[in-house]
Write a protein that binds this ligand. Structure first.
Ligand code: PLP
Length: 395
């Protein structure tokens, strides 16, 4: 019997998650540890805003966990990227390379820094930037100058590249760093989705000059809203803290600010939540990995749909579990989304490619055959760590 692909997908979902009574969310946060206690302690202290111990504690916990020498907590992941790009040397009218397949925040942060997004293609294996295709594209499109890499067509300097670790799966960073170094491109990693993911044993976000995280409500841990900048460079770290906290010179009473800066600090209240969430991270990761294993087993027995497993040399946090249709077809994908959502499984397509959004249609882009294929074929499945605790009662 030839089954339609929406029936195949439903079969896989039922096998892993059982039959939902209500809606099984794509990704839900979990606050069953010290969250209430630490947030209450923060309220009791009255230090809920720009001063307090939890910001430092949260930064220290993130530094210890990721191995980054310095971590600067900020108000969200987009703000983290904005400042990281600025500190990487990106200037107004520069171009910045980034994957066409990403969340809009990656491109917005480039725009906020006054630069022009320049979109490049992805790899089927990692769903992130394909460094081999990138190298070929740059040889044809760009030339070295005394001022750095120059786009032959636009005349603009290409200052930096932003690899993004899609749904928690690490980019091939060894090859990407080699290509970036050869072309003298600064690397800023968008690790918003990949807290807990490593490449060759090293945490994502620590390969480039700077890296960034997000703690939005849908991410692997949350502070309500929040983000962080990672770097091993002590001077960049000092400047990142300065620029995200109004550039005020320390003084007992004087308001002396020494450059145009931002109020991008993470409130102490949010950091308290973050400290409690960091205690839970290893447990979240273990349960998400178990859930991914179950999906992988279920879909390995079904045809027409491939489960996207972690790339070689990598350990993924499996932030959002993803399947790929073997034949990319937007109509079939949409039928599958309609069927699964009607059946109570909240599934989502991947993002519309960024160069198709109205504000980015005029931006330069490489040929994007793989990104186009991924756009028409990726579906995210319910991925909350909490599902592993509920599977017994769902089945
Ligand atoms: C979540 C996310 C961000 C940052 O988002 P914020 O909501 O600003 O914290 C940036 N890039 C990617 C790829 C993301 O998924």
């Amino acid at each position: 019997m030839v089954e339609s692909l929406d029936q195949v997908l439903l079969q896989g979902l039922r096998e892993v998650l059982g039959t939902p009574k209500g809606m099984i969310a794509l990704h839900e946060p979990e606050f069953t540890g010290n969250e209430s206690a630490l947030v209450q302690d923060c309220l009791d202290s009255t230090f809920v805003s720009s001063v307090g111990k939890y910001v430092e504690q949260f930064e220290a916990a993130l530094a210890e966990y990721t191995g980054a020498k310095h971590v600067i907590a900020v108000v969200n992941g987009t703000a983290a990227l904005h400042i990281a790009l600025k500190l990487a040397g990106v200037q107004s009218q520069d171009e910045v390379l980034l994957p066409a397949l990403s969340f809009v925040a990656t491109a917005n942060a480039v725009s906020h820094s006054g630069a022009v997004p320049h979109f490049v293609d992805s790899s089927l294996d990692t769903m992130g930037i394909d460094p081999i295709a990138l190298a070929e594209y740059l040889s044809a499109t760009a030339e070295p100058t005394s001022d750095g890499l120059r786009n032959r067509h636009t005349g603009r300097r290409i200052a930096a590249i932003v690899p993004m670790h899609t749904y928690g799966h690490p980019v091939d960073m060894a090859t990407l760093m080699e290509v970036a170094n050869r072309h003298k491109l600064a690397v800023v990693e968008d690790a918003a989705e990949s807290l807990g993911s490593t490449y060759q044993g090293r945490h994502t976000g620590t390969f480039g000059k700077l890296g960034t995280l997000s703690f939005n409500g849908n991410k692997i841990i949350t502070t309500g809203g929040g983000g962080a900048i990672l770097t091993n460079d002590t001077e960049l770290a000092r400047h990142a803290k300065h620029l995200t906290t109004t550039a005020k010179r320390p003084h007992r009473w004087e308001f002396f600010h020494d450059e145009v800066a931002w109020n991008y600090r993470l409130p102490n209240l949010n950091a308290a939540l973050g400290c409690a969430q960091m205690e839970r991270l290893p447990d979240f990761l273990a349960r998400k990995r178990e859930l991914a294993n179950r999906y992988q087993t279920a879909f390995s027995r079904l045809s027409g749909i491939r489960f996207v497993a972690e790339p070689v040399q990598s350990r993924s946090n499996y932030w959002l579990n993803t399947v790929q249709l073997e034949v990319p077809e937007m109509n079939i994908r949409d039928q599958m989304l309609a069927a699964t959502n009607a059946a109570g499984y909240q599934c989502r397509p991947t993002w519309i490619l960024l160069h198709k959004l109205p504000m980015y249609t005029d931006c330069p882009h490489a040929p994007l055959p793989v990104a186009e294929q991924l756009e028409a074929s990726l579906i995210n499945l319910p991925s909350s760590a909490g599902l592993m605790l509920r599977i017994g009662e769902l089945a």
